[in-house]
Design a protein around this ligand. Structure first.
Ligand code: AMP
Length: 420
C-alpha cells in the first residue's frame, strides 16, 4: 500500500473548510491593505535559494528538495516564498511601478525537516511582501497586518515579539561580540551551536537546547550594537506600533532562520509558548536581498504564516470555519423511468444553481434516504413510478422529516423559496 510521503498529508474534504476560511480571511485582509496576489512557480533555479537564504543555513544545507531536471539544470522546490517574489520583482521590472509594491501569496513550501506536530515536509504559507521602501511606517504596516490577520481568523492569546538585528554595517561588530561571548562557553555548547559559532553566529541565539539557552540569556543584545540609523529606524517602528495600538514584546534573542534579514524581525506565537517551535508566523526586513540578486538597492519587508499551524491553533481554541452555505438536494428514485427523470431533474437543478446529486445504482429508496442523510442533504426529492405517472416529485425536508408532493414544474421554485 502506498502512503503519502513522510511529513506530508492529504487535506481531506472535511479539513478543506479550515483552509478555505483562512484563504478568504487572507484575501480580505490583503484587499484592505492594498496587497495584490502573485503566484510563482513551485520550483526555481536552485541558485536563487542558495544565494538568498544563505549557504550556511539549515534550510539550504539540509532541507531543500533539489533535483536536476532532464537538461541537467539544478532546481529546488520552493522552501520559502520571499526569494521567488524578489526574483519576479526584478524579472518583471516592478521597480518601475509606484513603490512600495505590495504583493501576497498562498503557496506550498517544501522543506526536508524532521516531521512532528506543526512541522511538515510540505506545508502552505500565506505571506505578503512590501518592496521598495525603507520607511519604518511600512514595517509597522506589515506587523499590524500580520497581527490583524490572526484577529480576523478569530485566534486569541497570541503574542508579538520584535527585535532589530541591524544592517550590514553594524551587524558584523555585533556578531564579533556574540562570538566572543559564546567562545567562552566552548565545550558546553551543543554540536549544532559549535558549528553555528563558526558559520552562522546569529543563529546561536535561536538554539532550543536548554544547555545553550542559558548562554543565550546572558549574550550581548543586537539592539545595543545598532548603528544610529538602525537605532532610529527601530525606535520609529516601536513608535508607530504604539500609535496603532499593537501590543508587542521586545525579544532580544529573536533572530530568523534565513540569512537575508536586516533590521526589524518579528514573530507571532501562542502566548506562553514563546521559544518553542510554535511560531504561527514571522517576518522581517530584507533590505539587501534584491540588490544581492542583481537589482538596485531595494529595501523591503515581509511576513509569512503557516496555514497548518493556524488550523491546529483554530482547533485548540475551538474556532470553526462557518458551515458551507446553501442547501444540498439529494434525488432518490425507484425504477428505470424514474431514473431517467432523476437524471434530467438533477441537471435542471444544477443549471439553476441548486446543488443536486444522486448516488445512482440500484439501491432501495430506504438506502438512498440513508445516504442522503449521511451526505448532509437538506432536501430529498423522491421519484418513483407514481411520481413519474403524475408528473410530480415528493419533496422531503430532511431536518423536519416531513414530505409533500410538488408538481415537477414547481420543484425549482419551491427549492429556491426554501433556500431563502
Ligand atoms: P519561516 O519561513 O520558517 O519563517 O516560516 C513561516 C511560518 O511557516 C512559520 O511561522 C510556521 O507557521 C510555518 N512553518 C515553517 N516551517 C514549517 C513546517 N515545516 N511545517 C509547518 N509549518 C511551517
Amino acid at each position: 500500500m502506498y502512503k503519502a510521503p513522510r511529513g506530508t498529508s492529504d487535506i481531506l474534504p472535511e479539513e478543506q473548510g479550515y483552509f478555505r476560511y483562512i484563504e478568504e480571511r487572507a484575501a480580505e485582509l490583503c484587499r484592505l491593505y492594498g496587497y495584490e496576489r502573485i503566484d510563482t512557480p513551485v520550483f526555481e533555479d536552485a541558485r536563487l535559494f542558495i544565494r538568498t537564504i544563505g549557504p550556511g543555513t539549515d534550510i539550504v544545507e539540509k532541507e531543500t528538495y533539489s533535483f536536476e531536471d532532464r537538461s541537467g539544470q539544478a532546481m529546488t522546490l520552493r522552501p520559502e516564498g520571499t526569494a521567488p517574489i524578489c526574483r519576479a520583482y526584478l524579472e518583471h521590472g516592478m521597480h518601475n511601478l509606484p513603490q512600495p509594491v505590495r504583493l501576497y501569496y498562498i503557496a506550498s513550501i517544501f522543506r526536508y525537516e524532521r516531521p512532528q506536530k506543526g512541522r511538515y515536509r510540505q506545508h502552505q504559507q500565506f505571506g505578503f511582501e512590501a518592496l521598495g521602501d525603507a520607511d519604518p511606517a511600512l514595517d509597522a504596516e506589515v506587523i499590524d497586518m500580520a497581527w490583524r490577520f490572526f484577529d480576523r481568523i478569530g485566534l486569541s492569546h497570541l503574542c508579538l515579539q520584535l527585535n532589530s538585528i541591524g544592517c550590514k554595517l553594524c551587524r558584523p561588530h555585533y556578531l564579533e561580540e556574540l562570538k566572543v561571548h559564546y567562545s567562552a562557553y566552548g565545550d558546553r555548547l551543543c554540536p549544532d551551536c559549535k558549528a553555528r559559532l563558526l558559520r552562522n553566529p546569529l543563529r546561536l541565539l535561536d538554539c532550543k537546547k536548554p544547555s545553550c539557552q542559558g548562554v543565550a540569556q546572558s549574550a550581548p543584545r543586537s539592539v545595543d550594537y545598532l548603528c544610529p540609523e538602525c537605532g532610529e529606524h527601530f525606535e520609529s517602528v516601536l513608535r508607530y506600533l504604539f500609535l496603532l495600538g499593537i501590543p508587542f514584546e521586545k525579544n532580544h534573542r529573536l533572530v530568523r532562520g534565513l540569512d537575508y534579514y536586516t533590521r526589524t524581525v518579528f514573530e507571532i506565537q501562542p502566548k506562553g509558548e514563546a521559544g518553542a517551535q510554535s511560531a504561527l508566523g514571522g517576518g522581517g526586513r530584507y533590505d539587501d536581498l534584491i540588490e544581492e540578486l542583481g537589482g538596485r538597492p531595494t529595501p523591503a519587508i515581509g511576513f509569512a504564516a503557516g496555514m497548518e499551524r493556524i488550523v491546529l491553533n483554530m482547533k485548540e481554541q475551538g474556532v470553526s470555519p462557518p458551515a458551507p452555505s446553501g442547501s444540498k438536494v439529494f434525488v432518490a428514485y425507484f425504477g428505470d423511468e424514474a431514473k431517467d427523470e432523476a437524471v434530467r431533474l438533477i441537471a435542471t437543478l444544477r443549471r439553476t444553481g441548486i446543488s443536486a446529486f444522486s448516488s445512482f445504482g440500484d439501491r432501495s429508496l430506504k438506502a438512498q434516504l440513508r445516504q442522503a442523510d449521511a451526505l448532509g442533504a437538506s432536501y430529498c426529492l423522491i421519484l418513483s413510478e407514481e411520481e413519474v405517472k403524475t408528473g410530480t416529485a415528493m419533496l422531503r425536508d430532511m431536518a423536519k422529516g416531513e414530505q409533500r408532493r410538488v408538481s415537477m414544474g414547481d420543484v425549482v421554485g419551491q427549492l429556491q423559496k426554501e433556500n431563502h
